[in-house]
Design a protein around this ligand. Sequence first.
Ligand SMILES: *Cc1c(COP(=O)(O)O)cnc(C)c1O
Length: 394
Amino acid sequence: MSDHTALTPARLEARIDLDALRSNVRRLREIAAPAQVMAVVKADAYGHGMLPCARAALEAGAAWIGTAVPQEALALRAAGIEGPILTWLHSPGDDFAALVRADVDVSVSGQWALHAILEAVERTGRPARIQLKADTGLGRNGVQPHDWPLVVDEAVKAERDGLVKVTGVWSHFACADEPGHPSIQLQLTAFHEALAYAEAAGVRPEVRHMANSPATLSLPESHFDLVRTGVAMYGLSPAPELGLPADHGLRPVMSLVARLASVKRVPAGHGVSYGHTYRTSEETRLALVPAGYADGVPRAASGVGPVSIGGRRYTIAGRVAMDQFVVDLGPGGGADPDPRPGDEAVLFGPGDGGTPTAQDWADATDTIGYEIVTRIGPRVPRVYHPVDSSAPNA
Ligand SMILES: *Cc1c(COP(=O)(O)O)cnc(C)c1O
């Protein structure tokens, strides 16, 4: 992960501002209070690096860590992360015994999962911590209302038998990033009903939770005891409708920075990159940026992705290839010095001084900021500022 040597500038690197992450977590705690914050670090912390981000989030007062799949939760425990961790996406055949031994809270979205966990409890001789997930309308994971009594009753019986502790009841929104969407109030009502049933059946959850980042920022009545924030913790706005990160006191954590591999002069009418979808209109300078779709730069950014070089903003010329793309710097000759090989090209970052943001890339390529940062691939070193000092090999 941090396989950089500070003296050798990387071809391409993702700079991760851990101070910004800590500050974002503190800000989200203020927004959520008195509810607590779960730092969602699935998918390698949305591409930012799971362990350094989990550590930084805990330092800044996150009370819980959230992961999607068991391997993520187990990797956190193996690295010495303590405190409550919830994992929520399971498939038959997953190692539930390992989760029980590691004291990871396991979400239950159906009867099969409860049975698999009870089997793991029998095998390990340890009680499991489980959280019951209601499908209140998302139509993805979670227990449907007609199965809710069955699953709740079985969990309560297992709790009375000392086999499990039901630590949470929770759900997830479908359209929290569209404030005022009619499904939001319907889901809240359905969640209150699911909670009422569970509480009447004898469940005493430590935490009831429903809010992701957009709900945390826009819907206080969804905060309950805990909010599960991912994208906002990484300093991105969940959707343009919810404003800019700065409107919420948040700052983007990842900057993607390349070093120019070449700058050369070409004549007018020169084709650029595969397919010659771009042709120079005059004699000009072409800069080669060594970043491509193998690194997570979307090919859909061909001809539209923004890049900042020498404080000026440009648009990608022609196609994004697997490892590289080209920027037309224009003929030059003005007062500005010529960009040179080795100079920095900022693909995205916090947006200071007009440099592009991940949201700008999302707008240009018709996707969401989440996908832009999460897709940054394993070939790109993550460089932590300040250095992730708690890492064993920092
Ligand atoms: C990814 C995820 C989150 C975090 O969502 P953000 O919008 O990034 O805050 C919360 N809850 C669940 C169940 C998730 O899968």
